[in-house]
Every structure is written in structure tokens, then in C-alpha cells.
Design a protein around this ligand. Sequence first.
Ligand code: HEM
Length: 146
Amino acid sequence: MSRTLLNFLLDTLLLGTFAGLSIVALIVRFVFPPGTQADGWTLWGSGYDAWVAAWFNLFALFALLVLFHVMLHWSWVCGVVGQRLTKRLGRTVRIDEANQTVYGVGLLVLLFLLAGLVIGAATMAIEEPSAETSRAATPSTTRPNG
Ligand code: HEM
């Protein structure tokens, strides 16, 4: 398969996945009631949680496709960075293929590290509902004598 055809197929998949992601996000955000009140609501046979799971799966696919897409254009990105640095520093800066790989992998590691830090901080910071809040949120029909 030629590089152009590969780019074309990947770009088409990106567009389709992004469109799907956007539509599902709009449905979850505007068609369903807020998550805390969506229990029991269904759309085309699937409940709120299933729609959120579908959104996440599409997001994971999109992230993977973006990764491949940027990998295929990585030498273009490094070329642009090299050109800018050449202008700014007043000497020729050329990022060779070996260094392109090093910077690409380095950037990826950095992004994963950053995401891990934020998710770790969120995991430690999340708070369970207090007994009072959960009592107030429980529908009266499920309460004794309610
Ligand atoms: C809906 C998502 C996206 C679509 C449909 C899309 C589509 C395209 C198309 C049609 C091209 C030119 C043809 C090609 O060489 O493949 C392109 C180039 C490029 N895209 Fe994307 N893209 C998307 C998302 C992204 C994202 C998220 C990034 C970066 C994080 C990105 C980075 C680039 C780069 C660096 C180029 C090369 C620029 C050039 O050659 O002038 N794209 N994209």
C-alpha cells in the first residue's frame, strides 16, 4: 500500500471516528438527563452507562488513530521545528532520523507520565459521598416508610 493511500485511509477513519465521538458526546450530554438522574433511561436499547462506555471506546480508538497519524507526519513536525530553530538560532538545525525517534518516544513518555500524574492525583483526591449526601440523593420510594 502506498504512503498516500495509507494516509488517506487513516484520515478518513479519523474523520469518521471524530464524527462518531462528537455525536455520542452530544447525545450523552444533551439527550440523556444528567448522569446522576439517568438511571433506567434508555436510548435505542442502551442505557446511560452503555452510551458512556461507547463514547470511551470511540475515544480510545480516536487516540490510537491520532497517534498513528502524528507518527506518519513526525518527520514533517521535526522539519518544521528544525526550520524554526534554524531561523531563531542563526545556524542550521537538522533533526536526523535517529533523533526524530528519540524525541518522538521522549514526547510520548512525557505525555503518559503527565497523564499518569493527573489521574493519580485525581484518584487520591476523589471523595466518596458523605452519609448525609447519599441519604438526600436516595429516591424517597426506596427509603423505609418513604
Ligand atoms: C479529525 C481528526 C483529523 C483529521 C480528519 C485529520 C486529517 C488530516 C489530513 C487530511 C491531512 C493532510 C493529508 C495527510 O498528509 O494525511 C493531515 C495532516 C496532518 N495532521 Fe491531521 N487530522 C486530524 C487530526 C490531527 C491531530 C489531532 C493532529 C495532531 C495532534 C494532526 C496532525 C497533523 C499533521 C502534523 C499533519 C501534516 C501537516 C502537513 O503535511 O501540512 N492531525 N491531517
